[in-house]
Write a protein that binds this ligand. Structure first.
Ligand code: A3P
Length: 323
Protein backbone atom coordinates (compact mmCIF):
# COMPACT_ATOMS: atom_id res chain seq x y z
CA UNK A 1 0.00 0.00 0.00
CA UNK A 2 2.93 2.30 0.82
CA UNK A 3 4.38 1.86 -2.66
CA UNK A 4 0.99 2.53 -4.23
CA UNK A 5 0.71 5.80 -2.29
CA UNK A 6 4.22 6.77 -3.33
CA UNK A 7 3.46 6.15 -6.98
CA UNK A 8 0.10 7.99 -6.94
CA UNK A 9 1.71 10.86 -5.06
CA UNK A 10 4.67 11.17 -7.43
CA UNK A 11 2.37 11.11 -10.45
CA UNK A 12 0.13 13.84 -9.01
CA UNK A 13 3.16 15.99 -8.14
CA UNK A 14 4.64 15.56 -11.60
CA UNK A 15 1.33 16.52 -13.21
CA UNK A 16 1.11 19.61 -11.02
CA UNK A 17 4.69 20.65 -11.94
CA UNK A 18 3.65 20.49 -15.58
CA UNK A 19 0.43 22.48 -15.05
CA UNK A 20 2.16 25.01 -12.82
CA UNK A 21 4.43 26.54 -15.45
CA UNK A 22 1.45 27.83 -17.40
CA UNK A 23 -0.22 29.47 -14.38
CA UNK A 24 0.08 33.22 -13.65
CA UNK A 25 3.03 33.79 -11.32
CA UNK A 26 3.84 36.34 -8.63
CA UNK A 27 7.63 36.57 -8.51
CA UNK A 28 7.62 38.37 -5.16
CA UNK A 29 6.15 35.50 -3.16
CA UNK A 30 6.82 32.56 -5.55
CA UNK A 31 3.10 31.93 -5.82
CA UNK A 32 0.94 30.81 -8.74
CA UNK A 33 -2.72 31.59 -9.24
CA UNK A 34 -4.57 28.30 -9.10
CA UNK A 35 -8.38 28.13 -9.11
CA UNK A 36 -8.64 31.69 -7.85
CA UNK A 37 -6.00 31.51 -5.10
CA UNK A 38 -2.32 32.50 -4.98
CA UNK A 39 -0.49 29.47 -3.66
CA UNK A 40 3.25 29.02 -3.09
CA UNK A 41 4.79 26.85 -5.80
CA UNK A 42 6.16 24.21 -3.43
CA UNK A 43 2.78 24.08 -1.69
CA UNK A 44 0.97 23.37 -4.98
CA UNK A 45 2.94 20.17 -5.41
CA UNK A 46 2.25 19.11 -1.82
CA UNK A 47 -1.41 19.93 -2.32
CA UNK A 48 -1.56 17.74 -5.41
CA UNK A 49 0.03 14.90 -3.46
CA UNK A 50 -2.49 15.26 -0.63
CA UNK A 51 -5.41 15.48 -3.04
CA UNK A 52 -4.27 12.28 -4.71
CA UNK A 53 -3.55 10.06 -1.77
CA UNK A 54 -4.35 11.48 1.66
CA UNK A 55 -7.09 9.48 3.39
CA UNK A 56 -8.82 11.32 6.25
CA UNK A 57 -10.20 9.61 9.34
CA UNK A 58 -13.37 10.67 11.20
CA UNK A 59 -11.23 11.51 14.25
CA UNK A 60 -8.93 13.93 12.32
CA UNK A 61 -8.91 17.57 13.34
CA UNK A 62 -7.64 20.08 10.78
CA UNK A 63 -6.52 23.54 11.84
CA UNK A 64 -7.02 25.81 8.86
CA UNK A 65 -6.04 29.44 8.36
CA UNK A 66 -4.71 32.01 5.98
CA UNK A 67 -1.07 32.75 6.87
CA UNK A 68 -0.53 35.28 9.69
CA UNK A 69 -3.98 34.86 11.20
CA UNK A 70 -3.09 33.11 14.43
CA UNK A 71 -2.09 29.67 13.12
CA UNK A 72 0.78 29.24 15.58
CA UNK A 73 -1.45 30.10 18.53
CA UNK A 74 -4.28 27.83 17.38
CA UNK A 75 -1.81 24.97 16.88
CA UNK A 76 -0.54 25.41 20.43
CA UNK A 77 -4.02 25.64 21.98
CA UNK A 78 -5.44 22.68 20.06
CA UNK A 79 -2.36 20.54 20.72
CA UNK A 80 -2.37 21.31 24.45
CA UNK A 81 -6.13 20.71 24.69
CA UNK A 82 -6.26 17.47 22.73
CA UNK A 83 -3.23 15.95 24.47
CA UNK A 84 -3.91 17.11 28.04
CA UNK A 85 -4.36 13.57 29.34
CA UNK A 86 -0.84 12.67 28.23
CA UNK A 87 0.79 16.06 28.81
CA UNK A 88 -0.57 18.12 31.68
CA UNK A 89 -0.34 21.82 30.78
CA UNK A 90 1.45 22.47 34.08
CA UNK A 91 4.09 19.84 33.24
CA UNK A 92 7.58 21.38 33.09
CA UNK A 93 8.33 18.85 30.36
CA UNK A 94 5.32 19.76 28.20
CA UNK A 95 6.27 19.51 24.47
CA UNK A 96 5.20 23.14 23.93
CA UNK A 97 7.86 24.28 26.39
CA UNK A 98 10.56 22.68 24.24
CA UNK A 99 9.18 22.70 20.70
CA UNK A 100 7.70 25.34 18.45
CA UNK A 101 3.95 24.74 17.85
CA UNK A 102 4.68 24.22 14.13
CA UNK A 103 6.83 21.24 15.03
CA UNK A 104 4.03 19.80 17.20
CA UNK A 105 1.33 20.17 14.51
CA UNK A 106 2.52 19.97 10.91
CA UNK A 107 0.96 21.21 7.67
CA UNK A 108 -0.67 18.59 5.45
CA UNK A 109 0.60 20.17 2.25
CA UNK A 110 4.27 20.42 3.22
CA UNK A 111 4.75 16.99 4.75
CA UNK A 112 5.18 13.73 2.80
CA UNK A 113 1.74 12.08 2.65
CA UNK A 114 2.94 8.65 3.92
CA UNK A 115 4.31 10.36 7.04
CA UNK A 116 0.98 12.04 7.74
CA UNK A 117 -0.88 8.82 7.02
CA UNK A 118 1.22 6.96 9.58
CA UNK A 119 0.30 9.26 12.49
CA UNK A 120 -1.79 7.64 15.22
CA UNK A 121 -5.41 8.73 15.78
CA UNK A 122 -6.65 11.24 16.67
CA UNK A 123 -4.51 13.19 14.21
CA UNK A 124 -4.10 16.93 14.60
CA UNK A 125 -3.09 18.48 11.28
CA UNK A 126 -2.91 21.95 9.83
CA UNK A 127 -3.44 23.55 6.45
CA UNK A 128 -3.17 26.93 4.75
CA UNK A 129 -5.05 25.58 1.71
CA UNK A 130 -8.36 27.23 0.82
CA UNK A 131 -11.39 25.08 1.58
CA UNK A 132 -12.02 24.52 -2.14
CA UNK A 133 -8.52 23.09 -2.62
CA UNK A 134 -8.60 20.68 0.31
CA UNK A 135 -9.19 17.08 -0.69
CA UNK A 136 -13.01 17.06 -0.48
CA UNK A 137 -12.83 13.90 1.63
CA UNK A 138 -11.52 16.03 4.52
CA UNK A 139 -14.54 18.28 4.96
CA UNK A 140 -16.82 15.27 4.54
CA UNK A 141 -15.00 13.10 7.03
CA UNK A 142 -12.93 14.96 9.63
CA UNK A 143 -13.42 18.22 11.53
CA UNK A 144 -11.96 21.60 10.66
CA UNK A 145 -11.17 24.54 12.97
CA UNK A 146 -10.63 27.77 11.07
CA UNK A 147 -9.09 30.93 12.48
CA UNK A 148 -9.40 34.22 10.65
CA UNK A 149 -7.92 37.64 11.35
CA UNK A 150 -8.85 41.17 10.40
CA UNK A 151 -7.24 41.56 6.94
CA UNK A 152 -5.37 44.85 7.60
CA UNK A 153 -3.57 43.33 10.59
CA UNK A 154 -2.96 40.12 8.63
CA UNK A 155 -1.48 42.20 5.79
CA UNK A 156 0.99 43.99 8.07
CA UNK A 157 1.97 40.75 9.77
CA UNK A 158 2.44 39.06 6.37
CA UNK A 159 4.65 41.85 4.99
CA UNK A 160 6.98 41.77 7.99
CA UNK A 161 7.08 37.97 8.09
CA UNK A 162 7.70 37.48 4.38
CA UNK A 163 10.57 39.93 4.39
CA UNK A 164 12.08 38.03 7.31
CA UNK A 165 11.82 34.64 5.63
CA UNK A 166 12.88 35.87 2.19
CA UNK A 167 16.53 35.14 2.94
CA UNK A 168 15.69 31.58 3.99
CA UNK A 169 13.57 30.95 0.90
CA UNK A 170 16.37 32.29 -1.26
CA UNK A 171 18.82 29.84 0.26
CA UNK A 172 16.48 26.82 0.39
CA UNK A 173 14.80 27.12 -2.97
CA UNK A 174 17.63 28.81 -4.81
CA UNK A 175 15.31 31.68 -5.73
CA UNK A 176 15.79 35.39 -5.78
CA UNK A 177 13.28 37.01 -3.47
CA UNK A 178 13.03 40.74 -4.00
CA UNK A 179 11.88 42.45 -0.81
CA UNK A 180 8.74 44.51 -1.46
CA UNK A 181 8.29 47.89 0.18
CA UNK A 182 5.19 48.25 2.36
CA UNK A 183 3.43 50.12 -0.46
CA UNK A 184 4.21 47.37 -2.97
CA UNK A 185 3.11 44.63 -0.60
CA UNK A 186 -0.10 46.53 0.08
CA UNK A 187 -0.90 46.79 -3.64
CA UNK A 188 -0.27 43.06 -4.07
CA UNK A 189 -2.41 42.22 -1.03
CA UNK A 190 -5.31 44.30 -2.37
CA UNK A 191 -5.10 42.30 -5.61
CA UNK A 192 -5.30 39.12 -3.57
CA UNK A 193 -1.62 38.38 -4.04
CA UNK A 194 -0.50 37.15 -0.64
CA UNK A 195 0.26 33.58 0.29
CA UNK A 196 -3.07 31.68 -0.05
CA UNK A 197 -4.79 34.97 -0.96
CA UNK A 198 -7.11 36.67 -1.53
CA UNK A 199 -7.07 36.59 2.25
CA UNK A 200 -10.78 37.46 2.60
CA UNK A 201 -11.88 34.86 0.00
CA UNK A 202 -9.98 32.24 2.01
CA UNK A 203 -11.96 33.21 5.12
CA UNK A 204 -15.22 33.43 3.17
CA UNK A 205 -14.97 29.87 1.86
CA UNK A 206 -14.47 28.42 5.35
CA UNK A 207 -17.15 30.73 6.75
CA UNK A 208 -19.65 29.39 4.25
CA UNK A 209 -18.61 25.81 4.96
CA UNK A 210 -19.01 26.46 8.71
CA UNK A 211 -22.55 27.65 8.10
CA UNK A 212 -23.34 24.65 5.90
CA UNK A 213 -21.83 22.16 8.37
CA UNK A 214 -21.58 23.74 11.83
CA UNK A 215 -20.71 20.42 13.47
CA UNK A 216 -17.83 19.91 11.04
CA UNK A 217 -16.29 23.38 10.75
CA UNK A 218 -15.68 25.68 13.72
CA UNK A 219 -15.01 29.28 12.68
CA UNK A 220 -12.90 31.33 15.11
CA UNK A 221 -11.68 34.92 15.03
CA UNK A 222 -8.22 35.91 16.27
CA UNK A 223 -9.55 39.10 17.87
CA UNK A 224 -12.29 37.24 19.75
CA UNK A 225 -9.76 34.69 20.95
CA UNK A 226 -7.62 37.48 22.38
CA UNK A 227 -10.65 38.95 24.11
CA UNK A 228 -11.90 35.68 25.59
CA UNK A 229 -9.26 32.95 25.37
CA UNK A 230 -10.91 30.80 28.07
CA UNK A 231 -14.32 30.75 26.36
CA UNK A 232 -12.76 30.00 22.99
CA UNK A 233 -10.63 27.15 24.32
CA UNK A 234 -13.69 25.61 25.95
CA UNK A 235 -15.53 25.79 22.61
CA UNK A 236 -12.53 24.35 20.84
CA UNK A 237 -12.34 21.42 23.24
CA UNK A 238 -16.04 20.64 22.91
CA UNK A 239 -15.81 20.84 19.12
CA UNK A 240 -12.78 18.53 19.01
CA UNK A 241 -14.76 15.96 21.03
CA UNK A 242 -12.81 16.40 24.29
CA UNK A 243 -14.86 18.87 26.40
CA UNK A 244 -13.47 19.96 29.75
CA UNK A 245 -15.14 18.29 32.71
CA UNK A 246 -16.41 20.38 35.64
CA UNK A 247 -13.56 18.97 37.72
CA UNK A 248 -11.02 20.11 35.12
CA UNK A 249 -12.54 23.55 34.98
CA UNK A 250 -12.51 23.83 38.76
CA UNK A 251 -8.89 22.68 38.86
CA UNK A 252 -7.98 25.50 36.46
CA UNK A 253 -6.90 23.30 33.53
CA UNK A 254 -8.37 25.65 30.91
CA UNK A 255 -6.54 28.61 32.43
CA UNK A 256 -3.30 26.62 32.50
CA UNK A 257 -3.64 25.81 28.79
CA UNK A 258 -4.30 29.45 27.96
CA UNK A 259 -1.25 30.48 29.96
CA UNK A 260 0.99 27.80 28.45
CA UNK A 261 0.03 29.02 24.96
CA UNK A 262 0.00 32.74 25.71
CA UNK A 263 1.96 35.05 23.43
CA UNK A 264 4.33 36.05 26.25
CA UNK A 265 5.03 32.47 27.34
CA UNK A 266 5.64 31.16 23.83
CA UNK A 267 7.62 34.18 22.62
CA UNK A 268 9.91 34.11 25.65
CA UNK A 269 10.62 30.39 25.78
CA UNK A 270 14.18 29.41 24.93
CA UNK A 271 13.14 27.27 21.93
CA UNK A 272 11.18 30.12 20.36
CA UNK A 273 13.75 32.81 21.14
CA UNK A 274 16.79 30.96 19.81
CA UNK A 275 15.65 27.72 18.15
CA UNK A 276 15.08 26.91 14.51
CA UNK A 277 11.86 25.42 13.19
CA UNK A 278 12.21 21.95 11.70
CA UNK A 279 9.36 22.88 9.37
CA UNK A 280 10.92 25.63 7.28
CA UNK A 281 14.38 25.99 8.74
CA UNK A 282 13.54 29.55 9.77
CA UNK A 283 14.19 30.94 13.23
CA UNK A 284 11.25 30.27 15.52
CA UNK A 285 11.11 33.89 16.60
CA UNK A 286 9.61 34.89 13.22
CA UNK A 287 6.28 33.47 14.43
CA UNK A 288 6.05 35.84 17.40
CA UNK A 289 6.04 39.58 16.83
CA UNK A 290 3.43 41.74 18.63
CA UNK A 291 0.32 39.59 18.87
CA UNK A 292 -1.90 42.67 19.02
CA UNK A 293 -5.04 44.04 17.40
CA UNK A 294 -4.90 47.20 15.28
CA UNK A 295 -1.16 47.37 14.55
CA UNK A 296 -2.12 48.29 10.96
CA UNK A 297 -2.57 51.87 12.21
CA UNK A 298 1.22 52.11 12.52
CA UNK A 299 1.73 51.18 8.85
CA UNK A 300 -1.28 52.19 6.71
CA UNK A 301 -2.57 55.63 5.89
CA UNK A 302 -6.32 56.11 6.54
CA UNK A 303 -6.77 56.10 2.72
CA UNK A 304 -5.06 52.74 2.37
CA UNK A 305 -7.14 51.31 5.22
CA UNK A 306 -10.38 52.60 3.69
CA UNK A 307 -9.43 51.12 0.32
CA UNK A 308 -8.72 47.65 1.69
CA UNK A 309 -11.81 47.77 3.92
CA UNK A 310 -13.93 48.53 0.86
CA UNK A 311 -12.48 45.64 -1.18
CA UNK A 312 -13.11 43.24 1.69
CA UNK A 313 -16.57 44.59 2.43
CA UNK A 314 -17.65 44.23 -1.19
CA UNK A 315 -16.34 40.68 -1.41
CA UNK A 316 -18.10 39.62 1.80
CA UNK A 317 -21.35 41.43 1.15
CA UNK A 318 -24.39 39.37 2.10
CA UNK A 319 -22.33 36.54 3.58
CA UNK A 320 -22.82 37.51 7.22
CA UNK A 321 -19.03 37.47 7.74
CA UNK A 322 -17.57 40.70 9.09
CA UNK A 323 -14.21 41.59 10.60
P1 A3P B 1 1.78 39.88 14.48
O1 A3P B 1 2.77 39.80 13.35
O2 A3P B 1 0.71 40.87 14.22
O3 A3P B 1 2.42 40.07 15.80
P2 A3P B 1 0.51 32.90 12.15
O4 A3P B 1 0.72 32.08 13.37
O5 A3P B 1 -0.73 32.54 11.41
O6 A3P B 1 1.73 32.92 11.31
O7 A3P B 1 0.23 34.37 12.67
C1 A3P B 1 1.26 35.11 13.25
C2 A3P B 1 0.66 36.21 14.09
O8 A3P B 1 0.15 35.64 15.31
C3 A3P B 1 1.73 37.20 14.50
O9 A3P B 1 1.05 38.45 14.58
C4 A3P B 1 2.15 36.67 15.85
O10 A3P B 1 2.79 37.62 16.67
C5 A3P B 1 0.81 36.23 16.42
N1 A3P B 1 0.95 35.22 17.48
C6 A3P B 1 1.82 34.19 17.57
N2 A3P B 1 1.63 33.49 18.68
C7 A3P B 1 0.61 34.07 19.34
C8 A3P B 1 -0.03 33.80 20.60
N3 A3P B 1 0.35 32.81 21.37
N4 A3P B 1 -1.05 34.61 20.97
C9 A3P B 1 -1.45 35.63 20.19
N5 A3P B 1 -0.86 35.95 19.01
C10 A3P B 1 0.15 35.17 18.58
Amino acid sequence: AGEEIDETTSRAQAEMSEIMVSLPRCSVYFTRQYRGFWIREFVLEGMAAAQASFEPRPTDVFLASCPKSGTTWLKALAFATLNRATHSPSDSDHPLRHHNPHDCVRFLETRPVPETMALPSPRLLATHLPCSLLPSRITECGRVVYVCREPKDAMVSFWIYSNKIAAVLRRQLGLEAPLPTFGEAFELFCKGQSSSGPNWCHALEYWEESRRRPGKVLFLKYEEMLQDPIGNVKNLAAFMGCPFSCAEEEAGVVREIVQLCSFEKLKNSEVNKNGNSAMMGVKNDVYFRKGAVGDWKNYMTPEMAARLDKIVEEALQGSGLTF
